[in-house]
Design a binder for this molecule. Structure first.
Ligand code: PBE
Length: 575
């Protein structure tokens, strides 16, 4: 029996597309609100010198969870500061607090409602099961379309992932209130509101707080995932470390996350019954904290009123001083960062994320004729789909025209001479690569696109395979990063090898791991080495451990790219 595939994916696509358009106003409202809330928190916690915040938090922890925890908080935060992760830690803290706040705001009422109403419970619980088991990555995809890239989609995805325990535990806590107490309160004639707030909620509080605590921990566990769509903070530091294979940095950022997790966990666990609650009443401490926060806000409000951002019509104001970047390990990101220093673009920041997220952002801006600046490279299909231009780079920070090289592991020549020969003879032109990219962009799967291009270019392909031995089922692994250029080239050469009798697998990885994989022999080849400048560092790190087969394409270019309707022409004008 051959049933056609149910087009579930494309239904979801159309549905999401419809929502994106229909609720655009709502989404930008949510984005602005969350962004505002987040900035508020970052501003408050980052107001004074770090030591002030460290002391306040350490005292708070000592109060809620005994003096040992106070000392732990003090020392671990000093360490985070010393290692240079202070800014990131504050960002992460703010992200988790905002997700936590949203969780409480929405989760507790929903939990109460489902405790009071069987039908609601029957509907909500399976949805929660679904939300919790669906891999959190999946939420990132529509989040990008709805909320753009940056911190907001990350917060929304964490919130969806983290809200379940709060709802469940609120529901449970209220249902578990003993029946005789309910009956007693009914007997005294309490209204259902009185019953809820005077009997059920107080008794359920420990359970509800346990749920909130779990939600906050889950939100914290999402920070690395959220950084894939551009959320800043310790998660982004970890992601960057993976992308560049930086073990030390990964560990430092990782341990900082652990410290924050411990602090938040102990704080939320003991908030209700502080360890020294018998000495100072909780409400006094709470009032002091609130007073501190309000005081900081007032002082800051007075201070910021004066330096409003410059001309809102200038490109900086319109783009929020953001350059939309891609994977943090990409060579072009390093170049873009140098451009910020070289051209003195002090206000600007480079948003890290992924190539796909960057493209989604470009599409959205382009449709609305909004200004946007991205890190772009050619060949790329985006230049045929959109009217774009490179910003002039008079200082040459992005290097000149480059080559893409094929690199194979040591020993491949002996182990698989046929594949080695094909890889060595592989060479094509920017137009070829662009054709494959356009097929993919128009909806073909990468392997279909590769097949189509191969079928149309038999003459070229036969030059690559000329004189090579057949594969006879020999295994061959190619590594690549999910850049459109590399998706195209790797799929094409992979298909060629496959049609020549090799059993080919393709592994998508981050930039650092791509080089390391071929250098340590766990992968056979890569065809996306951008040289001499884009991948200079990676190349130099591993060059003694692999074989460079020379170029497979020449005439690439990197730079900052804007739609033609943006009225600047040079990076210098960003200043
Ligand atoms: N790129 C495309 C890569 C190389 C291929 C320009 C985004 C980079 O910057 O590392």
């Amino acid at each position: 029996m051959n049933l056609p595939k149910i087009p579930l994916g494309s239904w979801i696509d159309s549905f999401v597309e419809w929502i994106t358009i229909a609720f655009a106003g709502l989404f930008s409202f949510i984005t602005a609100t969350i962004d505002g809330l987040l900035n508020l928190i970052v501003n408050v916690v980052g107001a004074g010198p770090p030591i002030v915040f460290i002391i306040v938090l350490a005292l708070l922890l000592a109060y809620t969870s005994r003096w040992q925890l106070g000392i732990f908080t003090f020392v671990s935060l000093l360490l985070i500061n010393n290692l240079g992760y202070w800014e990131s830690a504050l960002q992460t803290l703010a992200i988790v607090l905002v997700s936590g706040f949203l969780t409480i705001l929405i989760g507790i009422p929903l939990g109460i409602w489902s405790a009071q109403n069987k039908t609601v419970q029957r509907i909500v619980m399976p949805i929660l099961d679904f939300m919790q088991t669906m891999p959190a990555f999946v939420y990132l995809i529509p989040s990008i379309l709805f909320f753009g890239i940056g911190v907001v989609p990350g917060i929304i995805a964490s919130f969806i992932f983290a809200i379940a325990p709060t709802i469940r535990m609120t529901n449970l806590g209220i249902r578990e209130v003993p029946n005789d107490l309910i009956e007693a309160s009914d007997a005294f004639g309490s209204t259902s509101n009185q019953k809820l707030f005077k009997v059920q909620m107080p008794l359920a509080t420990p359970t509800i707080l346990a749920g909130v605590n779990q939600s906050i921990m889950l939100a914290l566990s999402m920070v690395v995932t959220a950084s894939l769509v551009g959320a800043p903070g310790l998660g982004a530091d970890v992601y960057r470390a993976v992308s560049q294979i930086n073990v030390g940095q990964g560990f430092e950022a990782g341990i900082s996350i652990v410290f924050i997790a411990i602090i938040l966990d102990r704080l939320t666990q003991n908030l209700r019954k502080p360890a020294y609650g018998h000495i100072i009443k909780g409400k006094y401490v709470f009032s002091i904290i609130v007073a501190l926060i309000v005081g900081t806000l007032v002082v800051q409000g007075l201070a910021t009123e004066k330096d409003l951002p410059g001309d809102p019509k200038a490109i900086g104001g319109q783009t929020n001083y953001e350059i939309i970047g891609i994977e943090p390990g990409a060579g072009i990101m390093k170049q873009a960062n140098s451009s910020i220093t070289e051209y003195g673009l002090d206000n600007w920041k480079l948003v890290e994320g992924s190539s796909a997220a960057m493209i989604a952002e470009l599409k959205k801006a382009y449709e609305n004729k909004q200004p946007i600046i991205i890190t772009g490279w050619s060949p790329h299909w985006m230049f045929s789909k959109f009217d774009l231009k490179y910003l002039d780079d008079p200082k040459g920070v992005f290097g000149g025209a480059e080559e893409i090289h094929t690199i194979v592991r040591k020993g491949l020549e002996q182990d698989a001479p046929g594949a080695y020969k094909i890889l060595d003879q592989f060479s094509w032109e920017t137009g070829d690569m662009e054709a494959v990219m356009v097929y993919i962009e128009e909806g073909m799967s990468p392997s279909e696109a590769a097949e189509k291009w191969i079928a149309e270019n038999q003459e070229k392909v036969s030059k690559w395979t000329n004189g090579a031995d057949k594969g006879n089922g020999k295994k061959m692994n190619l590594v690549y990063v999910a850049w459109d250029t590399e998706i195209a080239s790797t799929n094409v050469i992979g298909k060629v090898l496959e049609q020549y009798g090799y059993d080919v697998s393709l592994s998508q990885v981050e930039v650092g791991p791509m080089y390391a994989g071929v250098a340590n022999g766990s992968s056979d080849a890569l065809v996306g080495a951008w040289l001499p400048s884009t991948h200079e560092e990676y190349f130099n790190t591993y060059k003694n451990d692999f074989v460079d087969l020379g170029l497979n394409l020449k005439g690439t270019k990197n730079g900052l790219v804007v739609p033609k309707y943006v009225e600047i022409n040079s990076i210098e004008e960003l200043k």
